[in-house]
Design a protein around this ligand. Structure first.
Ligand SMILES: *Cc1c(COP(=O)(O)O)cnc(C)c1O
Length: 402
């Protein structure tokens, strides 16, 4: 079933080339079908789209700004560098775009409870926020290692009225939280909607999450044309599961003049277990319900992963990114923990913007790209989130370096 070139390239069936699909137990098939039907009808329903736009504006704080990095551009001395400021959204990252959309779908399906997995805690907080706004019951699955690293987000979720369920299996991070959330959903699927947090998982999740995150790219496209009268030469985004990247890439994917770079976590080194560079060095396999690139050993055992950022240490990636990689439309690279930390400090000191550790990977790569380009070129960074949540971790790391 894995690595099968005969997999149908069936639009509407949840395939992106040979990637994607719906590799799930029988108990989930009906719920995924219902979700697919509901999503398709919602997206052609003007009242749903109006309500989504209102929520994005009044709750999410959209539109997010397009911001020109004057001092950083001068310091690097190459292409103009712009930020798409998803860090300015309510709850501090792009995650809210997806959770508001899925909470509205949940209400449309008449379900009263949501569950979610979380790594850095950003998706958990965004889900807890949407649940509070709409009066939904909410439980978030989180690995105990991430609970330790992101205690502030754990507290925020609880304050918002959400139950945080500790996951102690495996490496106790995002992959393990996904496993637990999927397992729970099988027993609660009647009245519960699973708000999956990235462009991963079984069909229709990769499509749903991409569509709700595409507000980023639609805004950025219009803002770029407004500011510069043209589109950027390069867009750079970090890739964990790939939702912020898909959100900014998808609306410009047909614009051939725009190059796109996805940046994975290069971690400590490229030895197995030291990074989370799934597209860079992984191979096709099934993880969490879809066929995509996966970090795995020769027996198909999912590999351990590491990243300085809790939101990027995931051994899988969205199936559409696997497709974009194979077609060559998007280039995928990685940067190390140290490069991300350096970029974090640089952006903080040049622009007064403390980026999330995840987003700092995109900043690091964008700086490399901009330095190689002439001053009439434009590099756009999707600044997926703010660094407030990481300040304890950053403080410890910088203290160790001194
Ligand atoms: C969750 C998160 C990511 C990684 O998730 P994607 O689905 O790859 O976008 C990146 N940046 C921030 C700030 C996050 O919270």
């Amino acid at each position: 079933m894995t690595d099968n070139n005969d997999t149908p390239d069936a639009s509407g069936e949840g395939y992106f080339g040979r990637f994607g699909g719906q590799f799930v137990p029988e108990t989930l098939v009906a719920a995924l079908q219902q979700l697919d039907t509901e999503f398709t009808s919602a997206m052609s329903d003007d009242s749903f789209l109006d309500e989504l736009a209102r929520c994005n504006r009044e709750i999410g704080g959209r539109p997010s700004e397009l911001y020109f990095c004057k001092r950083l551009t001068e310091q690097i001395g190459g292409a103009k560098i712009y930020l798409k400021r998803e860090d300015m959204n309510h709850t501090g990252a792009h995650k809210i775009n997806n959770t508001l959309g899925q909470a509205l779908l949940c209400l449309r399906m008449g379900k009263k409870r949501v569950i979610a997995e979380t790594g850095a805690g950003q998706h958990g907080v965004a889900t807890a926020t949407a649940a509070a706004v709409f009066g939904l019951e909410c439980a978030v699955y989180m690995g105990t290692e991430d609970i330790r690293r992101q205690s502030l987000n754990v507290f925020r979720m609880k304050l918002l009225g959400t139950e945080v369920v500790p996951v102690t299996s495996g490496q106790r991070t995002l992959k393990d939280a996904c496993n637990e959330a999927l397992r729970e959903w099988m027993s609660s699927v009647e009245g519960t909607h699973y708000i999956l947090g990235s462009v991963t998982g079984p069909h229709p999740f990769p499509t749903i999450v991409r569509e709700f995150q595409s507000v980023i790219g639609r805004e950025a496209r219009a803002q770029m044309l407004e500011a510069e009268n043209r589109l950027p030469d390069v867009i750079v985004a970090c890739v964990g599961g790939g939702s912020n990247a898909a959100g900014i890439f998808a609306p410009m994917i047909e614009d051939a003049e725009v190059a796109m770079v996805g940046v994975e976590a290069g971690g400590r080194s490229m030895s197995p277990g030291d990074h989370a560079a799934t597209l860079c060095v992984g191979s096709p396999g099934v993880l969490h319900g879809s066929l995509s690139y996966v970090l795995q050993d020769e027996d198909g055992q999912t590999a351990d992963v590491h990243s300085i950022s809790a939101g990027l240490d995931y051994p899988g990636v969205g199936p559409e990114h696997s497709y974009w990689k194979d077609t060559g439309r998007v280039q995928y690279t990685n940067c190390t923990d140290d490069e991300a930390m350096d970029a974090l400090v640089t952006l903080s000191r040049t622009e007064g913007v403390i980026p999330a550790l995840e987003s700092s990977h995109a900043v690091a790569e964008a700086i490399k790209q901009a330095a190689k380009l002439d001053s009439d070129k434009i590099v756009l960074i999707n600044l997926s989130g703010r660094g407030d949540k990481d300040c304890n971790e950053i403080q410890e790391i910088l203290a160790r370096k001194e």
